[in-house]
Design a protein around this ligand. Structure first.
Ligand code: MG
Length: 299
């Protein structure tokens, strides 16, 4: 059985016919936030309801990286290679320093606590961009049920000064986000309020050199499922979560093909020696597939 569905014939060049979607580990409750550490030859990802960050390495497999994790969700690395994490439980974004100390990058806006930072990207100018939907404070499953005091927006924070700006304020629940390889475009998924008729789609903004955004039109609608998280490859194709696997969306917004995964996918990241392996967090399991693609993921 093929692990790929080719919709646009050019997607065939991206996949290896005999590559399998391999389950690397399972038994989790809801995994998200994969981030690759080439220097440590490992992948970190969150098992959110179990309040822990897991580590996968090719030689030993699974171990616990951090527990409790403050119900961490999305992760990335800044341009100095440090781990940046979104934490539901403490309603903050943190940086793990090289010595293991934790630095808080953002935990409030306008004197009010953030909702539950969900996903995060680092721009080459040092700024950290993150989404702050309310999913992590709605129930006690992925954090602590709490009162929502701020709208669900996308923030940009300058870790050097702490200056923080609302960059996108017209989404229901911003979630996954990624810059194009040249950082001239910002893609953000809106996954909407649960149990509502909210639109679920990916939108795209033009991003000026100083970070100012314009545009914001709908780029793509994932079907089935939603774009919880995605990453961009070196040619600017988006590899996005979906209910039936990972969807590859071309820069012009059309669906090129799918990596079929037997569980609902939450997020992906590129890893491996040449960033040619796609790591996939999907409900209870971690999967990996080798592609004829290379991800853009810094450092
Ligand atoms: Mg997410």
């Amino acid at each position: 059985m093929s692990h790929f569905e080719i919709i646009d014939p050019s997607f065939g060049r991206f996949v290896l016919g005999n590559a399998t979607v391999k389950q690397l580990a399972t038994g989790f409750d809801w995994v998200e936030g994969p981030v690759w550490f080439g220097d440590a030859n490992c992948l970190l990802f969150s098992d959110i309801p179990n309040n822990r960050i897991m580590r996968w390495t090719p030689d030993v497999g699974i171990s616990t990286f951090r527990a409790p994790s403050n119900y961490a969700n999305g992760h990335t690395r800044d341009r100095e290679g440090r781990l940046i994490s979104c934490e539901h439980g403490t309603r903050r974004v943190t940086r793990t320093e090289w010595d293991g100390q934790i630095t808080v990058i953002a935990d409030s806006y306008d004197g009010k606590p953030l909702n539950s930072p969900n996903d995060v990207v680092a721009k080459s100018d040092g700024s950290i961009w993150f989404s702050d939907p309310h999913y992590g404070i709605m129930t006690n499953y992925e954090g602590f049920q709490s009162e929502q005091e701020l709208p669900c927006v996308v923030y940009r924070v300058d870790p050097a000064t702490g200056a923080m700006d609302v960059m996108i304020d017209d989404m229901n629940c911003p979630n996954g986000l990624a810059f194009s390889p040249d950082e001239r475009l910002l893609y953000v998924a809106d996954t909407g309020r649960m149990f509502s008729d909210d639109a679920q789609h990916i939108r795209v903004w033009d991003c000026a050199e100083d970070g100012a955004l314009s545009g914001g039109e709908v780029f793509h609608q994932i079907d089935p499922g939603a774009a919880d998280g995605f990453r961009v490859d070196s040619d600017g194709n988006l590899w996005s979560s979906a209910a039936d696997g990972v969807h590859c969306i071309a820069p012009d917004g059309h669906l090129m093909g799918k990596v079929l995964v037997p569980e609902l996918v939450s997020n992906v990241c590129f890893g491996g020696r040449a960033k040619h392996e796609l790591y996939i967090t999907a409900t209870t399991s971690l999967y990996r597939v080798t592609l004829v693609r290379n991800g853009v993921q810094y450092p």
